[in-house]
Design a protein around this ligand. Structure first.
Ligand code: NAP
Length: 296
């Protein structure tokens, strides 16, 4: 039986949103409308008033948000209040979607929609340097933006939502089963391993990175855990005097504590449940793919 074409509204389309929109547009199952900046509460209120728009994927895009819901610290104000609002209602079904780090930060500028953040992310593929926070051995997970976009499309197709659009015969008891937190991961790895993959990959294949002093090794600096903790405490205790420094310390804390690693067992289970047809690339596969295309 042919499916009805569904309309997906994407609100606040920035770098990552471009991948989600492009992947939705490649599917004949969906029409897309792009909404400009709206706040979560307005979006939920609109869904509650609507008779047909009853599913919501709010902005979450982090790591293990079930074990560490208030990390980074700024999620306590930017995400947690809305999660509470979602949990307190049952008119709109929802899932918080988490991909770990965006693997696109390992890609050269111009190959991805994701803007580089060389002072925050440990590996800078454009400046060809790395700043390892902590030991570099803490477990992380990452997924590239394109595959996140594809996963969001699969999630929109999931039977749990589709059947969830119906209510019981009495029209009162919802038959909704989507899980309230969904994870994807291209791979689990560490920043030390990522550096080795970058060196090995570009050293072999991309000679334009060759530096006469260092050869193809990534020049590495280190930031000890104590420095990050000191910065975190200092900027937290000083209030919002230097929001950028505070945000950086909070993001660095995510690295050294491994908070960005999506929980493996649940992620793998959900991969089978929602994303079984999707390819998920590890870093080496992503770099190799990026070499062969103008844009990922
Ligand atoms: N896991 C990771 O490694 C990772 C990395 C980067 C980002 N993220 C997360 O992914 C999401 C998207 O990131 P992005 O890089 O695509 O961001 P982006 O390019 O800065 O785009 C963000 C979008 O959200 C809108 N927006 C910003 N502040 C808003 C507010 N207070 N109220 C309503 N709308 C607002 C912006 O609207 P305007 O265009 O009007 O400013 C823009 O359309 C964010 O939640 C971010 O925290 C995760």
């Amino acid at each position: 039986m042919p499916r009805t074409r569904q309309t997906i509204a994407v609100a606040g389309v920035g770098d990552l949103g471009k991948y989600i929109c492009e992947e939705l547009l490649t599917s004949s199952d969906f029409s897309v409308i792009v909404l400009s900046r709206v706040v979560h509460a307005s979006l939920l209120a609109a869904c509650q008033k609507s008779h047909t728009c009853k599913r919501l994927i709010p902005s979450e895009w982090i790591g293990d948000s079930e074990t560490y819901p208030l990390k980074p610290d700024y999620y306590a104000s930017t995400r947690d209040p809305f999660r509470k609002i979602l949990r307190a209602q049952d008119e709109v079904e929802w899932t918080l979607f988490n991909p770990g780090w965006l693997a696109d930060y390992f890609l050269p500028r111009g190959k991805t929609y994701i803007s580089p953040i060389p002072d925050k992310f440990p590996v800078d593929p454009n400046g060809w340097r790395a700043c390892i926070r902590g030991s570099g051995e803490e477990m992380q997970s990452w997924t590239c933006g394109r595959e996140i976009g594809r996963a969001v499309v699969e999630l929109c197709r999931a039977e749990e939502w589709v059947s969830g659009n119906l209510t019981s015969a009495a029209d009162t008891i919802p038959l909704w089963h989507i899980e309230n937190v969904t994870y994807v991961a291209g791979e689990w790895s560490t920043f030390n391993t990522a550096v080795k993959v970058m060196e090995s990959h570009y050293g072999t294949f991309q000679l334009y990175y060759l530096n006469i002093v260092t050869g193809w090794l990534l020049p590495i600096t280190h930031k000890p855990v104590e420095d990050i903790q000191f910065s975190l405490e200092m900027h937290t205790n000083n209030g919002d005097d230097d929001f950028e420094a505070l945000e950086l310390a909070q993001v660095e804390e995510m690295m050294i504590m491994g908070y960005m690693a999506c929980p493996k067992e649940k992620t793998m289970r959900q991969q089978q449940k929602y994303f079984a047809d999707l390819k998920s690339s590890d870093l080496e596969q992503l770099l190799t793919y990026a070499d062969g295309v103008d844009f990922v």
